[in-house]
Design a binder for this molecule. Structure first.
Ligand code: P6P
Length: 339
């Protein structure tokens, strides 16, 4: 048949990360690679259950509310549990922070390792019932030298993360990852049970033509945001930008990384510090965006420079193409200078 013979040289995520890690020389022990294997397992489990959700009635409320006071959907609970269990069992973690748990999990000695993982097990879950793409977001710190693993190991700026990524559950499962040397995208080949390299070295275009904000909050926006949005909706010259807003951060950020443009969830008169969580939404997405050649700011400050005070705190987010984010920062600067 005219069919292409199957490739016998497939680059799985594990192989790709191993190459990346061992290019660091002896420093790499393989621990991070093993931790990422545990994360891959959780993403495969969640992908399977998101896909089956309709069939085995996992959609709908679990009858409880989480620390955020949001009604928990069964998939949220399932996703959180598989991540806690799999990360603990890997023996590579010391502290875990989940969007679904009020307190950090300190791993007992028997299973303790050198990494801390902060994660939102199923971000965008309010969209589950509508079949919109949702995702897992994670960030990884090494514990501080000499630490046994305490909350202080995760109250550190995002610039100290050693890896970050997300898995988007859509028509396929896409895992996008950085270990500090660029960004790569992997697609789950369910027949192999492997994430295969499909988007090597993702680079975000320096400027895009898409803006992604929830303009339903417009009446609460602060002046710099109003001025910025007007500048791209009613440009003095050139074409206005297109609006694309899915309302699921993983999906909006994935599109921004691949197509360029800007994603924003600003602070406003209603949400004083914004809505998105610093540790396990803003930090990982900011790390990925910068590694792909873009920028991520609160409007006035680089997101990765923020020092968290608590594990569930929120922060304003503008991220995406370098030139687009710099335009936003200009409006903040002008407002600060009272121009
Ligand atoms: P809004 C989903 O609930 C989420 O946490 C992010 O995934 C998403 O970007 C944001 O909130 C959407 O918020 O207020 O626009 O519905």
């Amino acid at each position: 048949s005219g069919e292409e013979p199957p490739s016998t040289d497939i680059i799985t995520l594990t192989r790709h990360v191993l190459n990346d890690q061992f290019s660091l020389g002896a420093a790499a022990t393989g621990d991070l690679t093993l931790l990422l294997t545990a994360i891959q397992t959780t993403s495969k489990f969640i992908a399977t259950n998101v896909r089956k959700a309709r069939l085995i009635n996992l959609v709908g409320l679990a009858g409880e509310t989480n620390v955020q006071g949001e009604e928990q959907k069964k998939l949220d609970v399932l996703s959180n549990d598989i991540m806690i269990n799999s990360l603990r069992a890997s023996g590579k973690t010391a502290v875990l922070v989940s969007e679904e748990l009020e307190k950090a999990v300190i791993i007992e000695d028997r299973y303790k390792g050198n990494y801390c993982v902060v994660f939102d097990p199923l971000d965008g879950s309010s969209n589950i019932d509508a079949g919109v793409n949702i995702g897992t977001i994670f960030g990884i710190y090494r514990i501080r030298p000499g630490s046994q693993g305490t909350i202080e190991d995760v109250l550190r700026p995002g610039s100290e993360m050693v890896a970050a990524g997300y898995t988007m559950y859509g028509s396929s499962a896409n895992l996008v990852l950085t270990t500090g040397h660029g960004v790569n995208g992997y697609t789950l080949d369910a027949s192999l049970g492997e994430f295969i390299l499909t988007h090597p070295d993702i680079k975000i275009p320096p400027r895009g033509k898409i803006y992604s904000f929830n303009e339903g909050n417009s009446m609460f926006f602060h002046p710099p945001v109003v001025s910025y949005l007007n500048s791209i909706k009613y440009p003095a010259s050139g074409k206005p930008y297109s609006a694309r807003y899915i309302g699921s951060m993983v999906a909006d950020v994935h599109r921004t990384l691949l197509y360029g443009g800007i994603f924003g969830y600003p602070d406003d008169k209603k949400a004083k510090t914004g809505k998105l969580r610093l540790l396990y939404e803003a930090f990982p997405m900011a790390f990925l965006t910068e590694q792909a050649g873009g920028l991520a700011t609160t409007g006035t400050k680089r997101i990765l420079d923020i020092v968290p005070k608590s594990i569930h705190e929120r922060c304003p987010v503008f991220l995406g193409s370098r030139d687009d984010v710099q335009d936003v920062m200009k409006f903040y600067k002008e407002t600060a200078n009272g121009e």
